[in-house]
Design a protein around this ligand. Structure first.
Ligand code: HEM
Length: 442
């Protein structure tokens, strides 16, 4: 719906540094505050460029319904130096479509089922390793589980030493990821080896070193495998040239980065809310108890477990807004936005809309059993042509890990104090590691 009508912009907060910092610190409060002060949509002049933000279903429908060719990825100049050139996050046009087509089979149908048993085994083994501890830090446990799962999925994961090196290096990369690195290119500055940029590059270099070892080993052997690394190593560009090493690095780092912290945070929130909401906990364990067994297939098709995962992602969208940069003008409601501006469906605004979700502050999985929500009301994985490629994989993984632990074991929260969302990098997570006490077998 491109148009040549004169530019007409919504209002919004003044300046760019202060609003960007507010968005980094507390995105939900900032976005809700601006929406009520300036109306929805509103204009945010963020450090990475001007963005028109909306939580309205009708406008999100317009944004996600456009021809993908009118959009470029947002903040490429900031993301490319972090991930490297060739990351799906910053590819656009035909190379983006092609890369998604190449990867899609890894995340669907039979391949997914094949991952189930290894996901479950990984969750049980990792829990066993910390079961004797007085306090189990949920976030640490879930990070260990999700990292092992993603590393095994990407690399096939038969070589234990390689798996363990990659896990440690990926963890370092995520732990060193200061939010500012993602919100402003100007933060990419070296300072005697101690700046966030220096730390990121050091961790990235270490990870790339391990990736090179794995790629070299794989390319020198007949064992091609069916993992993401094998797909990338044997893929070619349109002209038949093999994909460059830099491109493979960027894509592997993107998958390691996007594919583990997100699931670990969601699992941690799910454990937190279930142990603070006796009614929700009871409904879930009754459903799990009634299962004949906890095979991944059975867990994945358990309605209340699925609803628990959905509600967790509604209350705590890990990414609070998704962004697209306009290559041509766009009419959005009564506004006409120029090329160069970005549009952002604000997931957190849509998920807390009281006319869609009754008592949106409440954690209530049953709402996802009672009715369904449109992809413009509920979008923890974004939408349109950039919707998270790992969405089905992540939902499956979270259900298997949560279901396997809660069917077999009982826990309680160590601390009754509320846990609140806190910025990590582009992601939002819990303000504590959510310590749990292991009570016993169920
Ligand atoms: C709870 C877990 C997860 C959440 C909440 C999540 C969320 C998101 C969101 C919001 C986006 C941006 C979508 C948009 O711009 O519209 C995204 C993109 C992406 N995610 Fe996820 N994600 C999760 C798990 C995963 C996993 C497990 C993987 C890989 C195994 C993954 C890989 C990606 C990739 C590669 C993209 C870029 C897609 C593109 O630009 O075409 N994510 N994710």
């Amino acid at each position: 719906m491109s148009t040549a009508t004169p530019i007409n912009l919504p209002s919004g907060p003044r300046g760019s540094l202060r609003p960007t910092l507010q968005l980094i610190r507390d995105p939900r409060a900032a976005l809700q505050g601006w929406a009520s002060q300036y109306g929805d949509p509103f204009l945010l002049r963020a450090l990475n460029g001007p963005v028109v933000v909306t939580g309205r279903e009708d406008l999100i429908r317009v944004i996600h319904g456009q021809d993908p060719n009118i959009y470029a990825p947002f903040a490429t100049a900031t993301i490319d130096p972090l991930m490297g050139c060739g990351s799906m996050l910053t590819l656009e046009g035909e190379p983006h479509r092609r890369e998604r087509r190449l990867m899609m089979p890894m995340f669907h149908g039979d391949r997914m089922k094949a991952y189930g048993e290894s996901m479950q085994q990984c969750a049980l083994d990792r829990f066993e390793a910390c079961r004797g501890q007085q306090e189990i830090l949920t976030l640490n446990l879930m990070t260990d589980i999700s990292l092992e799962i993603i590393v095994r999925t990407i690399f096939g994961g038969s070589d234990l030493q390689v798996v363990s090196h990659l896990i440690q290096a990926s963890q370092k990369l995520v732990e060193g990821a200061s939010p500012l690195l993602f919100f402003s290119r100007k933060s990419h500055l070296s300072f005697l080896g101690f700046s966030p940029w220096d730390r990121w590059n050091k961790a990235k270099k270490e990870l790339q070193g391990y990736l090179d070892q794995v790629i070299d080993k794989r390319q020198g052997s007949d064992d091609r495998g069916e993992d993401i690394l094998s797909l990338l190593s044997s893929a070619t560009y349109e002209d038949g040239q093999p994909i460059t090493r830099e491109h493979i690095h960027a894509e592997l780092i993107t998958f390691l980065f996007a594919g583990h912290e997100t699931t670990a945070l969601t699992l941690t929130w799910a454990m937190y809310h279930l142990h603070r909401n006796p009614a929700a906990y009871l409904s879930l364990v009754q459903e799990l108890d009634a299962l004949e067994d906890d095979s991944p297939a059975r867990l994945a098709s358990s309605p209340y477990l699925k609803a628990t995962v959905q509600e967790t992602l509604r209350v705590h969208p890990i990414v609070t807004e998704t962004l697209r940069k306009l290559k041509t003008p766009l009419t959005l409601g009564e506004y006409c936005l120029p090329a160069g501006f970005a549009v952002a469906p604000a997931t957190v605004l849509a998920h807390y809309n009281a006319s869609t979700y009754e008592e949106p502050e409440q954690f209530r999985p049953k709402r996802f059993i009672d009715r369904s929500y449109s992809p413009f009301q509920y979008m923890p994985f974004g939408g349109g042509h950039r919707r998270c490629i790992g969405a089905a994989f992540a939902s499956f993984e979270i259900a298997i890990v949560l279901g396997s632990l809660l069917k077999r074991f009982e826990f309680e929260l160590v601390d009754a104090a509320p846990v609140v969302p806190k910025r990590r990098n582009v992601t939002m997570g819990p303000s504590t590691a959510v310590p749990l006490r292991f009570v016993g077998r169920r």
